[in-house]
Design a protein around this ligand. Structure first.
Ligand SMILES: [Zn+2]
Length: 375
């Protein structure tokens, strides 16, 4: 799934009749209590939504949400996903289940458009990661994409090649076997060769190394420089540990690095804005940039919430309650400006980076943007 592409399509959906239902669930089931928490959350929210339902489409949307959620909770249908988004809007032909490796807080929103902020955050940090577990005589390679872990590939020097699978798994295994044969059992070199083979052209952006600290440090020296610079860090792991646990640790590490990176990018954006470059800080300027479709990256605080109006004619966004557009005088409809900006930016191919906290952004009214061209 290309989440970025799908997001820009979802961001163009709007309904003027029955609302779109957006539900985010934390499906990182660590124990039965966690499942129960999600059940209780859904029950409460579905009851409220049914009380407010305006038509038969909404009733069917809510029934679908309930059935899909129950299937998720009962069967762990997407066990590798730690968060799931469910979007339903019969009026616009929308019924979608989006599992992702990112974690979500439970959230239930009814609105004229899909609520996309949590998904946008997941997409912004969705780097294609390869987890490389290595010990003295074996290795495990696990690709992790935005929607969870892919098939694991095992590399072992004492096992003849078992090329039962096709695609990249076979490529990695055959490369490893060939290297081991040609270089008299130099296991680390052979693993590095297999990893290089995978990284070339497969879109892998980051490596996470896993294993015992000394072993991983020794292996790391065998990686070519270009690959070594993509290492996000190292996590502890043992040879027979469940792949889900390995992926969990790696995901936490990469997400943390991603958040820190986004925080630094936001700082740079604020500096650039202060110099009058291709960046803008504050609500008014960002609204203008959003309207012109020039936002490359939007940084906003996760809790950003600003009531405002969207023009029905020119698309202008403005704070306050005035129901006439201050640009063109046409009637406006009420809109939360954070959501409105997020959807516009996604629809025009930009990225959105919600940040939990950021002192600089806080001081700038909670929002800033990196621009394609200066305003
Ligand atoms: Zn207008």
């Amino acid at each position: 799934m290309n989440l970025t592409t799908r997001l820009s399509e979802l961001a163009r959906i709007r309904t003027t009749t029955e609302p779109v239902v957006s539900v985010y669930l934390d499906t990182h089931w660590t124990d039965e209590h966690q499942r129960e928490r999600v059940r209780v959350f859904l029950k409460t929210e579905l009851r409220k939504a049914r009380d407010a339902a305006t038509g038969p489409g909404s009733t069917r949307d809510l029934a679908w949400i309930e059935a899909e959620s129950e299937a998720l909770i009962a069967q762990a249908r997407v066990p590798e996903a730690r968060g799931v988004a469910l979007l339903a809007g019969e009026a616009v032909g929308l019924r979608e289940v989006l599992p992702v490796r990112a974690r979500f807080d439970n959230l239930f929103v009814l609105g004229p458009a899909p609520h996309l902020r949590p998904l946008a955050a997941a997409a912004a940090r969705a780097e294609h990661v390869l987890v490389v577990f290595v010990d003295a005589e074996s290795a495990r390679l696990v690709p992790v994409e935005v929607d969870g872990a892919g098939d694991e590939v095992s590399l072992e020097s004492d096992v003849p090649g078992q090329h039962r699978r096709g695609g990249w798994a076979q490529l990695a295994q055959s490369r490893y076997q060939r290297h081991i044969r040609d270089h008299r059992g130099r296991h680390f070199d052979a693993v590095a060769a297999a990893v290089s083979e995978l990284a070339d052209g497969s879109g892998i952006r980051r490596l996470v190394l896993a294993g015992e600290r000394e072993v991983v440090a020794a292996f790391r020296k065998h990686l070519p420089d270009a690959l070594a610079t993509t290492v996000a860090g190292t996590v502890a792991a043992s040879r027979h540990e469940a792949v889900a646990i390995l992926v969990d640790r790696a995901t936490d590490l990469v997400d943390q690095a991603g958040r820190e990176g986004a925080g630094r990018d936001a700082d740079d954006t604020l500096t650039e804005a202060a110099k009058g470059g291709r960046a803008i800080a504050g609500l008014e300027g960002t609204l203008e940039a959003v309207l012109r479709g020039t936002v490359h990256r939007l940084y906003l605080l996760e809790g950003f919430d600003e009531p405002g109006q969207a023009c029905t004619a020119c698309g202008g966004l403005q704070p306050g309650a005035d129901d006439r557009c201050r640009r063109c005088g046409a009637p406006t409809t009420a809109a939360e400006l954070g959501e409105a900006m997020v959807n516009r930016v996604l629809a025009t191919g930009g990225r959105v980076e919600p940040l939990a906290t950021h002192p600089g952004l806080d001081g700038a009214g909670g929002v800033a943007a990196r621009l394609r061209y200066a305003l």
